[in-house]
Design a protein around this ligand. Sequence first.
Ligand code: BG6
Length: 480
Amino acid sequence: MAKSNLSFPEGFLWGGATAANQLEGAYKEGGKGLNLADVLPGGKARLKLLSQAGFDFEMDTTKYSYPNHEAIDFYHRYKEDIALFAEMGFKVFRLSIAWSRIFPNGDELEPNEEGLAFYDRVFDELHKHGIEPLVTIAHYETPLHLIKEYGGWKNRKLVEFFERYVKVIFNRYKNKVKYWLTFNEINGATHMPLFGLGFSPTSEETRLQESFQGLHHQFVASAIAVKLGHEIIPESQIGCMLIYAPVYAYDSNPENVMYAQQESRIFNNFCGDVQVRGEYPSFINRYFRENDIDIAMEDGDLELIKEGTVDFISFSYYMSRTEKKKKSPEEVGHGNLVGGIKNPFLEASDWGWEIDPIGLRISLNELYDRYQVPLFVVENGLGAYDKVEEDGSVRDDYRIDYLREHIRAMGEAIDDGVELMGYTAWGCIDLVSASSGEYAKRYGFIYVDKHDDGSGTLDRKRKKSFFWYQNVIETNGEEL
Ligand code: BG6
């Protein structure tokens, strides 16, 4: 263990992060309705579907497997899992509520009691161990009925259904949950509308128009949720959730610097500006004009957005992005999920995601400089192949190295003056990958015996990183 020489504030919220659809399984139990993740195939086919237009949301079990159906069976094993989180010393656990457990179709008037009772049990178990829940209200889990019947978030009706859903969960869990996030990685919407907005673009030509319209509906819905949350749970803290990837210019050519700045504004800043400052930023007008985007708004929307600003910014950080105005075909498509061209200074993970801890310090400083609200890193981690040794151990030193450098970067950013509430490592227990639908892409401190061919006992096992993270939490980041 190396002494870090960095100090994290007292009460810093160390923990781990997950999402219902990637963890719970039991996809038809407890009255749950189907949602988006239930119809997404596992394996390579998934990413392709996510990035192209025209997915029909039908399952084809003759061709594909559907790993989210069983996931890692947290639905039945949550007590064992939460005990392991407690053993690591978690102060906070990020999870999402699956909307279709509460409203199986999404448009009912009355909620499903069994679904509500499940999360009561989970929150009670967390509190029993002194762990604070951090709840994402919508994490890539739009009820399937809202997708098929209404066209997902393109349709304004979803605002009303979402309002009903958040009213129910705020009232039900008002004494159990203080930290909330509205929409997971809201700014990923234009990139992969299927995930966040619950629709597949009609065509490539309509992608931007439909996505920004869907985003507007989510801004309104998020603002309603923030206002309601503050009324129903006065001590609540409600954040937005961004996917943040600082954009570097490939070189000092001013054309490239300008291009990188523009890309960063649209991808990284637009949603935060709306949700934190409560206004559409002026730079978006030109972008809308040049891309023929015309947002339909209702009277009162802009006032609502102004009134429903978030208390803090949470974000996921996995990689940075390097940009150049004129890219040759060979330069693009190198595996970095957020695009750009290959950065010659960075190594990449087995899935091609560029590893850049300094980028996290840059992100924290950029966000804090721009907004001056507390920040929360609610996702970060290394998806990697793990091997179980003959003696049963998993020696994931590569994951420890990755996390150590990113935690160090957070410490540096705190020293730079950034106000940081906490850190929840993504996939603290192995789960189904969102973009690739694989079990093999593992992030956890806890190994789950489950494989892409469907085999496995689902048994849990502590990896080397489990003990390492336990010590990090115990020493409040002093020993990394
Ligand atoms: C984020 C999502 O984009 O990245 C998570 O919020 C996801 O749901 C995580 O799992 C890691 O991505 P992946 O594709 O490796 O699971």
